[in-house]
Write a protein that binds this ligand. Structure first.
Ligand SMILES: NC(=O)c1ccc[n+]([C@@H]2O[C@H](COP(=O)([O-])OP(=O)(O)OC[C@H]3O[C@@H](n4cnc5c(N)ncnc54)[C@H](OP(=O)(O)O)[C@@H]3O)[C@@H](O)[C@H]2O)c1
Length: 239
C-alpha cells in the first residue's frame, strides 16, 4: 500500500544541490509542494523555476539553518503559502575533515552549528504545527559515518552521530502525536561534498537520485508503518 504524496507539503533544507536537490525533484514528481531552503537564493530560484515550469509547486526560501529566526521564518512561509507542513527533510550539512590538530576551530564550530543546531532549529520550528494536526514525518540525514567511526574527520563523524542520537530520541518523544522520524545513513554519494575524490572513485559512488528514491519510499508507507532507518550505500563501497 502506497500513500499518495500529492498535495503534501515538504520542507527540504540544503535543497540547492546534491541530495537535497534530488529529493526536492523526486517529491515534486510525486505531486508534493516543495519548500526549498538553503543560503544560495539563485540556485533555489533556478530549481523553483524548473519545478514550476514542469507543473509542480515549489517555493524557494533563502535560509541559513544556523539561524533560529531563519528556521522559524522558513516554517512560517511554508504554512502561509501551503497551509500545512507534512514533511521536513533535515538534509543541510557541511563536511570539514582532516587532522584535528591543524583544523580551524571556527570552521569546525560552524559545521557543528549547521549539522546539529540546524537540525534542531528546523525541527523546533515545524513541530508545533505537526503536533496540532497530530501527523507529520521528519527525515534526518545522518551518514554511514553516523554509525561507524571515521578517522579522517572525527568532528564530522561526531556531528553525524549526534544527528543519529537526536533522531532516535526524537522519535520516542513525538510518536504519541503520530509523527514519524526516519534517520537516513547514506554511503558515499557523488555530490560537491565529496569533490576531493577522483572521477574514477566518484563513478563508484551512489547518485543523489538513489538516496532520494529511498527517502520517497519511506515517505510513501502508510501512517501505521514507520521506517525508522535507511542504510543505503553503493554496492562497490568497501568500508
Ligand atoms: N555526499 C556524501 O557522500 C554523503 C554521504 C553521507 C551523508 N551525506 C549527507 O547528505 C546530506 C546532503 O549532502 P550532499 O552530499 O548533498 O552535500 P552538498 O552537495 O554539499 O549539499 C549541501 C547542502 O547543504 C546546504 N547548506 C550548507 N550550509 C547551510 C546552511 N548554513 N544553511 C542552509 N543550507 C546549508 C547547501 O546549500 P547552500 O550552500 O546554498 O546553503 C547545500 O544545498 C548532508 O547531510 C550530508 O552530511 C552525504
Amino acid at each position: 500500500m502506497i500513500v499518495n504524496l500529492k498535495g503534501k507539503t515538504a520542507i527540504v533544507t540544503g535543497a540547492s544541490q546534491g541530495i537535497g536537490r534530488a529529493v526536492s525533484l523526486a517529491l515534486s514528481n510525486k505531486g508534493a509542494n516543495v519548500v526549498l531552503a538553503s543560503r544560495n537564493e539563485e540556485k533555489l530560484l533556478t530549481l523553483q523555476h524548473e519545478i514550476t515550469k514542469g507543473g509542480g509547486n515549489a517555493l524557494g526560501v533563502k535560509s541559513d539553518v544556523r539561524l533560529v529566526e531563519d528556521c522559524k521564518r522558513l516554517a512560517q512561509q511554508a504554512l502561509d503559502v501551503y497551509g500545512q507542513i507534512d514533511i521536513l527533510i533535515n538534509n543541510a550539512a557541511v563536511r570539514v575533515v582532516g587532522p584535528i590538530d591543524t583544523s580551524n576551530p571556527e570552521e569546525v564550530t560552524e559545521m557543528v552549528r549547521v549539522n546539529i543546531l540546524g537540525v534542531y532549529y528546523c525541527t523546533h520550528a515545524v513541530l508545533p504545527s505537526m503536533k496540532a494536526r497530530s501527523t507529520g514525518h521528519i527525515i534526518n540525514i545522518s551518514s554511514g559515518v553516523g554509525k561507524k567511526y571515521f578517522p579522517q574527520g572525527p568532528m564530522y563523524c561526531a556531528t553525524k552521530f549526534a544527528v543519529r542520537a537526536f533522531s532516535e530520541s526524537l522519535r520516542k518523544q513525538i510518536q504519541k502525536w503520530k509523527i514519524r522520524v526516519t534517520t537516513v545513513y547514506p554511503g558515499r554519494t557523488d555530490t560537491q561534498m565529496v569533490a576531493e575524490f577522483s572521477p574514477e572513485e566518484r563513478e563508484k559512488f551512489l547518485r543523489p537520485e538513489h538516496v532520494a528514491g529511498a527517502i520517497v519510499h519511506a515517505l510513501q508507507y502508510p501512517e501505521a508503518v514507520s521506517m525508522n532507518e535507511i542504510s543505503i550505500r553503493s554496492t562497490w563501497q568497501e568500508e
